[in-house]
Design a protein. Structure first.
Length: 384
């Protein structure tokens, strides 16, 4: 129940902040805002203040802003006035009748607000952590532009069947630091340290990187050789990283920049990997919907104290950046897709055919809904 409430709150805040960006700039540029709603219809309650209806709706996910003249499907050509318009072409409160730059500002405002929200949240997170990040997985080699980067290549991410390490209580999220007093920095080092230790008890120094503070503990494990003669602990190791920022005034925007750059780089590498292998799995496995986010929140709230608070702040900021990045993509029905039509208008000094634009966005929305269904199905399957 707690996880579901947190999920609804996070998604609502992210979407409402995004929609508030559209709302605020629309008001400033004189566009009529017909409705600003929390949640999705059907409507539970509404109150009209001025020209805008403020509503609370039954489905508690996000929110929306309805602008006069925003739906290009309702816009028809006024042959006498020589421009596209809804009803009366001279309506000064219509989104369709504003300049390209004003319409572009309204579209981009949502993305801007999500980036601002992420920066504000990161300041709050850094205040708790002492301007250090939580440890995060490093999917590909990447050099962050800002902050001091600390990579750890021996993080336990899983176990093989009959794992000796798992039997002795090693946990996912712990990093192997030493084997019998010998420092190890990667998988090769671990294998070398175990090479002559078949069926011999070894002392393993572990560092817990799941929380803000890193705690060490030492355990004794007896590794075993596999059929190929390799002596193993039975763990799957992966790299991770942590960033520390010295400039406290700029730490939050610098970290937001780092996370956006890292996310774009990771998605590009995964997409390249999927193309080269002819398999969509590397890319699809990296994308999660509400069910996947629910599972992540469940894992975060299971940890004690401030680590849970830091984890939720970090996740919310990252989701806000992800929402900004997704919406600016030049895909139909998204803000970036609508922006492309404005770029066309400026480049060729004429508005695109509204029927064509409406059809493009309608098919784009259907494609997005189909994608959401596929991602949700994948997330549910992964839960079981």
């Amino acid at each position: 129940m707690l996880t579901a409430v947190i999920l609804i709150l996070i998604l609502s805040v992210l979407v409402l902040v995004h929609e508030f960006g559209h709302f605020f700039v629309a008001k400033k540029t004189g566009v009529r805002v017909e409705e600003f709603g929390w949640g999705l219809p059907p409507r539970l309650w509404g109150k009209k203040i001025g020209e805008t209806l403020y509503s609370i709706n039954w489905l508690p996910f996000g929110g929306f802003v309805k602008l006069t003249g925003e739906d290009v499907g309702e816009v028809e050509e006024d042959s006498k006035a020589g421009q596209w318009a809804k009803g009366v072409s001279a309506d000064p409160g219509s989104f369709a009748n504003k300049s390209p730059w004003q319409r572009a500002a309204i579209l981009v405002a949502g993305v801007f607000m999500n980036i601002v929200l992420a920066i504000v949240i990161y300041y709050g997170m850094f205040f708790i952590t002492g301007f250090r990040t939580m440890s995060l997985p490093l999917f590909f080699d990447y050099k962050f532009r800002f902050g001091n980067q600390e990579n750890i290549s021996t993080v336990v991410m899983g176990f093989s069947e009959g794992s000796a390490a798992q039997a002795m209580g090693v946990e996912v999220g712990e990093a192997i630091i030493e084997v019998d007093g010998r420092p190890v920095y990667n998988v090769t080092d671990v294998r070398a340290a175990l090479a002559e230790k078949d069926n011999q008890e070894v002392q393993v120094l572990l560092m817990d990187i799941k929380g803000v503070e890193r705690e060490f503990r030492s355990i004794r494990v007896t590794p075993h050789a596999n059929e190929q003669g390799e002596v193993l602990l039975g763990v799957a190791l992966a790299p991770g990283f942590r960033l520390t920022y010295e400039n406290r005034w700029l730490a939050a925007p610098q970290h937001a920049y780092n996370m956006l750059g890292y996310s774009v780089n990771t998605l590009a590498k995964l997409g390249q990997e999927s193309l080269q292998s002819g398999n969509i799995a590397p890319l699809s496995d990296s994308v999660s919907g509400p069910v996947g986010i629910f599972s992540t929140i469940q894992n975060i709230v299971s940890v004690p104290g401030r680590d849970a608070a830091v984890g939720l702040l970090d996740l919310t900021a990252l989701l806000s950046l992800s929402l900004a990045m997704l919406n600016i993509l030049p895909f139909p029905a998204l803000d970036g897709g609508r922006l492309i039509f404005i770029v066309y208008e400026v480049a060729f000094n004429k508005k695109p055919n509204p029927k064509l634009e409406s059809a493009v966005h309608r098919w784009g929305m259907l494609a997005l809904l189909a994608l959401i269904v596929l991602i949700t199905t994948k997330d549910i399957r992964n839960l079981f």
